[in-house]
Design a protein around this ligand. Structure first.
Ligand SMILES: [Mn+2]
Length: 442
C-alpha cells in the first residue's frame, strides 16, 4: 500500500478506527449528450456536475480519512452504438477530476476505487495516472486502509447470468466492497452467494442498487449503498410522487434517498444528500390509452403550476398502455417540464379475455399462452414467455383476433425477436414446428 498523505491534518488517537466515506453510483457521465459545440454541456449534465460539486463539499466537511468509490461513479454510456463518453467526456472531466482531487486531498489515505458494471478500466487507470498515488484503482485485492482491511471484489455483473463459483469468492476478511445485483424482485446474484460472503466478512457493502438498506435477504451485515446523486438510473428513487387517479394537491413527499455512508468505529451512518433538483415520480393507472392521455395532461397541468417547474426531473410509469410513444406525445406538449424517462407496462391482472378463433377450438389468449408454454422447454420457453409478455399480449391484439392473421404475425414476430435474442435459425425453425400444431384445426 502506498503511503499517501493528504494535505489535511487529522488529529486522531492512534487507536481510533479509521473514519471512511463510501460513495457509489453517481453515474456522472450518463448525462453526457452528443453536441457539436465543443463547449456546450446539456442542462442535465450541468446539474449533475453541480450536484457532484455540492456533495463533494459535504463529504469533505465530514473529514474522512479515506474515500471509497464503490462503482458506477462515472458511467460509460453508449448511444446509437457510439460511446458518448469518448466524445463528450472531455467537457466533464476537468470538473470531475477537480472534485476527486478535493476528496483525495481532504483525506489521509486517499481514494480507493472499485469498477462498477458501467465503468471501464481505462477510465479508472487514467484517473490513477492523473491523480497520482492518492488514487487507488483496486481489483480483487485486499487493501489495508488505516486500521481497516477492505477487500475490493470487482463486479461480476452479467445480465441473465449472475453466478459466481464458490472457489472464485474471496476468502475471509473484514470489509467487502462489491457491486452486484441483489435479487429484490429481479434476477440477481444468488442469495446463497451473498450468504456465503456474509459469513466470510464482517461487513458487506454493495453498490449498484442505488438504494440504501441493510439486513436484506436475511443477511444482517449486508448493506446496500445509496446512489450519491440522481442520474438517469432512477431505480425507484424519488422525492415527490404523484399518482393518477389520485389527489394531485397532496403528492407523496419523501426525504432524499441520495447520499453516502460514513463508517466510524462500529457505526455505519447514512448521510443524506439533498439534490439541486426535485425528483418526481408519476404513476398513471388506466384501462386504456385515453385514460393515460387524460392522466398525463392532468398531472402535467398541475406540475406547470409549481414554482419549481423548471427544476424537476420527471419519471413516468404508466400502466394500461403499450406504447411509450402515446405518452411521449403528451409530455412533448410541456417542454418546460424535464421528462427524463417513460415506462409503460401492461397490467397482467387486467388482461381482457381475447378469443382466438380458427384454432382447433376457440380459445382465449391466456389459454394459448399456457398451452404454448407447457409444450416447450427452456430456453424456448423463456423466449415464448417474453413474446407473450411484450408482443403477443392483449393490448397488442384486438378483441376477437383473427387467428390466421395472428398466426402469421406471431411467426413473423418470433423471427424478428429471435434475431434480437441471438437465437440460431435452426432452433427457431424447430420451435415453430413445435408450436405449429397448437394452431391447426383438428
Ligand atoms: Mn451498477
Amino acid at each position: 500500500m502506498s503511503s499517501y498523505t493528504g494535505t489535511k491534518d487529522i488529529v486522531r488517537a492512534e487507536s481510533a478506527v479509521s473514519r471512511i466515506a463510501i460513495l457509489s453510483d453517481a453515474h456522472l457521465l450518463i448525462q453526457a449528450e452528443r453536441f457539436r459545440d465543443e463547449n456546450y454541456r446539456s442542462p442535465r449534465g450541468e446539474i449533475s456536475l453541480k450536484n457532484f460539486n455540492k456533495v463533494v463539499s459535504q463529504v469533505v466537511a465530514e473529514e474522512p480519512e479515506a474515500v471509497i468509490l464503490a462503482g458506477d461513479m462515472f458511467d460509460e454510456r453508449e448511444k446509437g452504438g457510439e460511446w458518448v463518453v469518448d466524445v463528450e467526456a472531455a467537457k466533464y472531466w476537468p470538473e470531475i477530476r477537480k472534485g476527486l482531487k478535493q476528496l483525495m486531498e481532504c483525506t489521509k489515505y486517499g481514494i480507493y476505487a472499485l469498477r462498477g458494471n458501467h465503468d471501464t478500466a481505462p477510465v479508472l487507470k487514467e484517473l490513477q495516472d492523473y491523480l497520482g498515488n492518492g488514487f487507488h484503482f483496486v481489483r480483487n485485492e485486499e487493501e489495508k486502509i488505516g486500521n481497516r482491511r477492505m477487500y475490493f471484489m470487482e463486479t461480476r455483473y452479467r445480465q441473465g447470468n449472475y453466478t459466481i463459483k464458490r472457489e472464485e469468492l474471496p476468502e475471509k476478511g473484514e470489509i467487502l466492497i462489491m457491486h452486484e445485483t441483489i435479487p429484490w424482485d429481479m434476477p440477481g446474484l444468488e442469495q446463497e452467494v451473498f450468504q456465503a460472503l456474509g459469513e466470510r466478512f464482517t461487513l458487506l457493502l454493495n453498490g449498484h442498487m442505488h438504494h440504501y438498506s441493510h439486513g436484506s435477504l436475511d443477511i444482517p451485515n449486508l448493506y446496500s449503498l445509496p446512489a450519491l446523486i440522481p442520474s438517469r438510473e432512477l431505480k425507484n428513487n424519488f422525492t415527490v410522487e404523484y399518482q393518477w387517479p389520485g389527489d394531485l394537491e397532496n403528492p407523496k413527499i419523501k426525504d432524499s434517498p441520495f447520499g453516502y455512508l460514513i463508517l466510524d468505529g462500529d457505526e455505519i451512518s447514512f448521510k443524506r444528500y439533498n439534490p439541486i433538483q426535485s425528483i418526481v415520480n408519476i404513476r398513471i393507472e388506466g384501462d386504456n390509452p385515453g385514460d393515460i392521455v387524460k392522466g398525463i395532461n392532468e398531472v402535467y397541468s398541475h406540475l406547470m403550476q409549481r414554482e419549481d417547474r423548471d427544476n424537476l426531473w420527471v419519471w413516468i410509469s404508466a400502466s394500461g398502455i403499450t406504447f411509450e410513444h402515446t405518452v411521449r406525445q403528451e409530455t412533448n406538449r410541456y417542454p418546460e417540464i424535464n421528462t427524463m424517462d417513460i415506462k409503460v407496462k401492461n397490467q397482467k391482472s387486467k388482461i381482457k379475455n381475447i378469443e382466438l378463433k380458427g384454432l382447433d377450438k376457440v380459445i382465449s389468449l391466456s389459454e394459448l399462452e399456457a398451452r404454448v408454454l407447457t409444450s416447450l422447454l427452456w430456453p424456448d420457453r423463456d423466449l415464448a414467455q417474453k413474446l407473450f409478455d411484450e408482443i403477443f399480449n392483449s393490448d397488442n391484439l384486438s378483441r376477437n383476433a383473427d387467428s390466421n392473421l395472428e398466426r402469421i404475425l406471431f411467426q413473423k414476430l418470433l423471427e424478428l425477436s429471435a434475431l434480437h435474442c441471438g437465437v440460431p435459425e435452426e432452433r427457431l425453425k424447430s420451435f415453430l414446428m413445435k408450436v405449429d400444431p397448437l394452431w391447426k384445426k383438428k
